[in-house]
Design a protein around this ligand. Structure first.
Ligand code: DX5
Ligand code: ZN
Length: 224
């Protein structure tokens, strides 16, 4: 059976205890850690940046899956690499030249991810698939945790899955972010996702391991 990768979003963690929260999701079976960087311009919220990522890096060797919701992403690739990002996913709406951002991420030895807001057509992302390690479908408006899952976005996941299969991109990660929980995970898996971000669903529960496993099991049940 295929195994859904789970990337807990630290945005929903207790920021007074970030190191402990990181250790806890790691022990709970997280495959990666999702770090949401927001600039208050591309999205109407501000989260955290390089110093936080760099401090967490010292405490863990987990894959750091950094999702940047910032304008002019090219400007910060170098600093994200220095801070310890393993992969960087940026918004195509925010980049003047998508190709140069992808190349800059890879040139620093990181995995390159591309994403889009719910209102942006998936056709704008599809041409980049051969150059990407990860394609992220946002299933909420970026900016805040705890919002409701938008099932309609699974059409984008299916379109990416079809195109990836057609091109033979077997290693591509197709990730869903926003409102993912045990009751929405199956739809993600059925549409062809192989990696799920979950923030409030995991950090909002007392038992992170049980929730991580419940999300993975629900998603795996729908995988081929
Ligand atoms: C939203 C962020 C998400 C967020 C998900 O802009 O990209 O990663 O933390 O939170 P939940 O899982 O609570 O929807
Ligand atoms: Zn995110």
């Amino acid at each position: 059976m295929k195994n859904m990768l789970i990337s807990p979003s630290l945005l929903a963690a207790d920021f007074a205890r970030l190191g402990e929260e990181l250790k806890a999701v790691e022990a709970a079976g997280a495959d990666m850690l999702h770090l949401d960087v927001m600039d208050g311009v591309f999205v109407p919220n501000i989260s955290f940046g390089m110093p936080v990522i760099a401090s967490l890096r010292k405490a863990s060797s987990l894959f750091f899956d950094v999702h940047i919701m910032i304008v002019d992403p090219l400007r910060y690739i170098e600093e994200l690499a220095k801070a310890g990002a393993s992969g960087v996913t940026f918004h195509l709406e925010a980049a003047e030249d998508v190709g140069s951002v992808i190349r800059a991420i890879k040139a620093r030895g990181m995995k390159a991810g591309l994403t889009l807001k719910p209102g942006t057509p998936v056709e704008r992302l599809l041409p980049w698939l051969p150059e990407l390690d990860l394609a992220l479908v946002m299933s909420v408006e970026p900016g805040f945790g705890g919002q409701s899952f938008m099932p309609k976005m699974m059409d984008k996941v299916s379109a990416i899955r079809r195109e990836a299969d057609r091109l033979g991109l077997g290693d591509l990660l197709i990730q869903v972010d926003g409102g993912v929980a045990r009751d929405t995970a199956a739809a993600c898996g059925a549409a062809g996702a192989n990696c799920l971000v979950a923030g409030s669903a995991i950090f909002g529960k007392a038992d992170y391991a049980a929730e991580t496993e419940a999300i993975r099991a629900a998603a795996n049940g729908s995988l081929g």
